[in-house]
Design a protein around this ligand. Sequence first.
Ligand code: 1CP
Length: 343
Amino acid sequence: MFNDSFLRACRLEETKSVPVWFMRQAGRYDADYRAIRQRYSLVEICEHPEVAVEVTKMPVDKLGVDAAILFSDIMIPVGAMGLPFEIRENVGPVIASPIRHERDVERLQVFDAQEKLPHVLETIRLLSNELRVPLIGFMGAPFTLASYMVEGGPSRDYLQTKQMMVSRPDLWQQLMDKLAEMIIRYGREQVEAGAKALQIFDSWVGSLAPTDFVRYVKPTMQRIFEGLKPLSVPLIYFGVNTGELLGEFATTGASVVGVDWRVPLARARERVGRDVALQGNFDPAMLFAPRSEMERRALEILREGAKEPGFVFNLGHGVKPTTDIESLKFLVDVVHSFDPLVQ
Ligand code: 1CP
C-alpha cells in the first residue's frame, strides 16, 4: 500500500489524517545516523547510493512520517557546476574561491546529472522502488545558493550578496539565470528518476525586503516554477523569516508554501489565499517542551491548518541535532491522531 496523503494534501485534496514530515528528518538527533557519519562524511554518504538510501529511509521507518526527503545537500549541485565546496563541522558549507566577477559566473556549468551526479539519480531510483511514501527531491533556490557562493560560507547579513545584487544587477541576473537553468534541469532529472515532489529551499531569502525580493529574486522563481510545472508534481517553496514575503511566494507558481513559526497559520493563509497548500510551522525549539505543551501547540496548528484541505504538518525549520527522537515520535502520533473532519 502506497501512502499518498502527503501528495493529496499538496494537491489541496482531502485526507483522512494530516500528513507530516520534518525538514532535516535524517540527521544527528539519531544515533544510527551519527554512527554512519563516523564512517562517511556528508558528501561521501551522497556518493554511496546504498548508504544514502539507508539514511533517507531511517526517519520514515523510525518516526512513521508520510514523506521521505532525499538525503543530499543544497551544495551538491554547486560542486557539480564546477565550484568546489567543503562542509565544515559546526559551520556549514564553505567555498574557498567565492563568486565575485563575470568570469566566475561564466565558468559555472549547467550540468547533466546523469553525467555529473549519477549516484544521486541512482539513490532516487532505488528509493522510489523501496519506499511506501512519496520521495521529495530538492534544490536550493538561487538566492540561498548565491548567498553561499558569493559570501564563501554562512553569513549573518549577506552584505556581499546584497551588494552584488544592487551594484551589479547585470551580473546578479546572470548568476540567477544560470542557477535557474541548473535548478530546472536537475529538478526534471530528479522527477524522471522517481521523485514525487520537489522542495525548493530558499532558507535565507527572508533577509530581503519585499521590494527587493520582487525586483531581484521573484522573476527568477517564477521562471523556475514555470519550467518545473510540466512535471506535474507538487512544488514546495520554503524560506525562514518570510512572513512579509508570503503573499509574493504564493504568486511565484509554487503549489505549496512553507511557513515558519513566526507567522500564525491563519495569517499565512490570509496572505497566500486558497489556491496554494501550506506546510509548517511547529517551532523546532518546542520539541524540547514538556509533552503537554508540545501537544497543545501541535493541536493549535492542526485546528487552524485543517480548516481547509491543503495542509502538511512540518516544523518551521530543520530538526535540531540535540532533539530527543522520542519527542519527534510523539509529535507524529499527535498529528496522526488528529481527525481533520472532527474538530
Ligand atoms: O552530517 C551532518 O550532520 C552535517 C549537517 C548537514 C546535514 C545533515 C548538512 C551540512 N547538510 C545536511 C543534509 C541536508 N541538507 C538535508 C538532508 C535531508 C533531510 O532534511 O533530512 C537537506 C534537505 C539539506 C538542505 C540544506 N543545506 C539547506 C536548506 C534547509 C535548511 O536547513 O535551511 C541549507 C541552508 C543547507 C546548507 C547547510 N548544509 C549543512 C549545514 C549545517 C548547512 C547550513 C549552514 C548555515 O547555517 O548556513
